[in-house]
Write a protein that binds this ligand. Sequence first.
Ligand code: ADP
Ligand code: ADP
Length: 230
Amino acid sequence: MDILTGRGLVVTYGGTRALDGVDVTVRAGESVAVMGPSGSGKTTLLHVLAGIVRPTSGTVELAGQDLAPMSDTRRTLLRRTDFGFVFQSGQLLSELPAEENAALPLLLGGHSRAAATARARDLLARLGLAGTERRRPGELSGGQVQRVAVARALVGRPKVVFADEPTGALDQATGREVLDLLTSVAREDGAALVVVTHDVAVARWCDRTLAVRDGRVWSRRPAPDDEFTA
Ligand code: ADP
Ligand code: ADP
C-alpha cells in the first residue's frame, strides 16, 4: 500500500528551483534513503513530503488524502499524529529524563502518563538504552541522545518517520549504529522511514535509495543485496 505520494513536486525560492518536478512514492513500512550532494534538494523534498513546506506546484497525498486543501491547523495535527521526526541534534529537553523526552509526543497528545512511559521504556530498551531511562540528556553520550530522539520519533506509532541526516553530528561508527537501530526498529513497528544520509552503508540497509541532483530524482534503485552477500 502507498502511504505517501508526491506528484510533480516543484519548489521555487525566488530564482532557485529547489525541486524541479519530483514524483515519489513511499509504501507502508518501507525504508527509503535519500542521497545527493549538498544543495540538491534533499531537505526540501523531506519538508514537502512532511507538509512543512507547501510545494509551488504538485501534490502530496498521505494515505490518499491530499495535503494541499487542508487548513494549516489540520496539517499540523496530522504531522503530530502520523509523522515522526529525527533531526541532526538539539531536540531533547535538557531538564527531562530520557524516558520523559521519549514519551513527550504521547504526553502532549493526552495519553496517560503510565501508558506513555511504558511505551517509551519499551522503545528505549529495544534501542539498547535499558538502565538509562532516568538520565538527563547531559548525562548521555551523543549516540545515546540520538537514540532517545529515535524513540521519541517512534513513540506515537507514526505512519512515516522523517530523518534529515540524523547522525550528522556523530562519528561514523556511532552514526551507523544509531541508523541501523532506527531502520530496524522502524521496520519492526511498521513505520515507513525516509532518511537523508551521506553514508552508502546506511543506504544499503534501506529498501530503496532515491538519488537527488539539481532538484530531480535521477535514480531509484533497490538496495544492492548482491553486495551484501559478496
Ligand atoms: P540539500 O538538503 O540537498 O542540501 P536543500 O533542499 O536544503 O538541499 O536546498 C536546495 C536548494 O534550495 C539550495 O540551492 C538551497 O540554497 C535552496 N533553498 C533551500 N531552502 C531555501 C529557503 N528557505 N530559501 C531560499 N532558498 C532555499
Ligand atoms: P542541509 O544542506 O544540511 O539540508 P542547509 O544548511 O542547506 O541544510 O539548510 C538548513 C535550513 O536552511 C533548511 O531549513 C533550509 O530550508 C534553509 N535554507 C537553505 N538554503 C537557504 C537559503 N539560500 N536561504 C534561506 N534558507 C535556506
